[in-house]
Design a protein around this ligand. Structure first.
Ligand code: BG6
Length: 475
């Protein structure tokens, strides 16, 4: 294990997403989005994966995104806390429906643009570089009900208009852009990932890959536009990362792990290399998928990203027979439970070396700078009688992962920066809970939405401050 050394100018910070932090779901002219329809509680999963259709809010359900942590009104206080930790980068997303409330308008909502101009200016005031995701799990609902979301080609046009509006409106404030958060999650959680709801009896793989094609074309088009608007813009793709390990060295298990990796890497293969990889021919044939494409698509797809960003929480594990072993309670991407690693309270594996492995694989494959834009431990925090939160478990998780990232840098990989996930406690994407906390900053709010929303520094706050001040040397 090497001593942690990071290049000068390495960006340190944290990440959040509009839908999990802003709240103010009905303010500023904002339209409803997919995530606003996803309730907390037993129905959550069925809605998220597109099995249960929701087009209207239900009076008896609680929707955590509607208020979230009220970042919309408290962002100045929150950005000041990030600045106090020494952040040089802050990742957030723009809520598409604040800019285009329905998604298909020709003119943007001025109030939405004004909000984000103020937010990004606030970051700049503190010498923090914004890193901005255009779509983080929140498609305007009108596009779902009127067009079927990403199953419809029209989405490419709507997204391109939205992206151009953002690049022009925030030019000079934002240089680092991501198109779609965890684009591969479309396959695993189709409604939250891409606004897809399925009809009885249809080939879901066909719908998903057609939607994926539209997102990939839209992403490449947005990349092209970003570079036209300002050649200094840097655009990245974003993968829900974590390599699959084979359950054993049985060739069939090794092959299964390779295929599972390809399922996810397919998206990045297109975004980083500019064309469909050869293996999709057989994949699509086996799954009965026939893509409808436009003559210009191949040319558009050649507008590849400048860097490859990814989230890393855990590695994954696969075997030729996925039913033969225990599966992990883990997360959205189905995986076997790896007996060689510990897991979090929510069953997510803890595997820092897996981060180094994943980063090496990605750089070997794409030869583009990497940006680790999500990593962290979701855990329950307790306030002790002295009024402190001593989250040593979080510090230890982050320390080991930062060390693994340093090792990957030693391996020769260019890495732009690190934004840990949920730098301030926010709503969990998978469960809708507040009690699954990731932050350096505690937010007083519970799973039912009760609490003062007051902020408080945890022990990890001071630890991360020290890490940043020493450019990763003092872990
Ligand atoms: C990623 C998402 O999947 O993981 C975030 O991009 C999400 O939106 C994060 O919050 C952690 O997952 P969870 O379910 O613990 O919130």
């Amino acid at each position: 294990m090497s001593a942690a050394t990071f290049p000068d100018g390495f960006l340190w910070g944290g990440a959040l997403a509009a839908n999990q932090a802003e709240g103010a779901a009905f303010e500023g002219g904002k339209g409803l989005t997919t995530v606003d329809m996803i309730p907390h509680g037993p129905q959550r999963l069925a809605v998220k994966i597109g099995q249960q259709k929701r087009v209207a809010l239900q009076a008896d359900e609680f929707y955590p995104s509607h208020q979230a942590i009220d970042f919309y009104h408290r962002y100045k206080e929150d950005i000041a806390l990030m600045a106090e930790m020494g952040f040089t980068v802050f990742r957030t997303s723009i809520a598409w429906s604040r800019i285009y409330p329905n998604g298909d308008e020709l003119t943007p909502n001025a109030e939405g643009i004004a909000f984000y101009r103020e937010l990004f200016s606030e970051c700049k005031k503190h010498n923090i570089e914004p890193l901005v995701t255009l779509c983080h799990f929140d498609v305007p609902m009108h596009l779902v009900t009127e067009y079927g979301s990403w199953r419809n080609r029209k989405m490419v046009e709507f997204f391109a208009r939205y992206a151009r509006t953002c690049f022009e409106a925030f030019d000079g404030l934002v240089k680092y852009w991501l198109t779609f958060n965890e684009i591969n999650i479309l396959l695993h959680s189709p409604f939250s990932g891409a606004g897809l709801v399925f009809e009885e009896g249809e080939n879901q793989q066909q719908v998903k890959y057609q939607a994926a094609h539209h997102e990939l074309v839209a992403s490449a088009l947005a990349t092209k536009i970003a570079h036209e608007v300002n050649p200094h813009n840097q655009v990245g793709c974003m993968l829900a990362g974590g390599n699959f390990y084979p359950w054993s060295c049985k060739p069939e298990d090794v092959w299964a792990a390779l295929e599972k990796d390809r399922e996810n890497l397919f998206f990045i293969d297109v975004q980083a290399r500019g064309a469909y990889p050869g293996y999709t021919r057989r994949l699509f044939k086996e799954q009965g998928v026939t893509l409808v494409t436009a003559p210009e698509d191949n040319e558009i797809l050649q507008h590849t990203v400048d860097f490859v960003s990814f989230s890393y929480y855990a590695s994954r594990c696969a075997s030729a027979d996925m039913n033969e072993h225990n599966s992990s309670a883990a997360n959205i991407v189905k995986s076997l439970k790896n007996p060689h690693i510990q897991a979090s309270e929510w069953g997510w594996g803890i595997d820092p070396l897996g981060l180094r492995i994943t980063m090496n694989m990605m750089y070997d494959r794409y030869q583009k700078p990497l940006f680790l834009v999500e990593n962290g431990l979701g855990a329950k925090d307790e306030i002790n009688p002295q009024g402190e939160i001593n989250d040593d478990y979080r510090i230890s998780y982050l320390r080991e992962h930062i060390k693994a990232m340093a090792d990957a840098i030693e391996d020769g990989i260019p890495v732009i920066g690190y934004t840990s996930w949920g730098c301030i406690d926010l709503v969990s994407a998978s469960t809708g809970e507040m009690s699954k906390r990731y932050g350096f900053v505690w937010v007083d709010r519970d799973d039912q939405g009760q609490g003062t929303l007051n902020r408080m520094r945890k022990k990890s706050f001071y630890w991360y401050q020290k890490v940043i001040a020493s450019n990763g040397a003092d872990l």
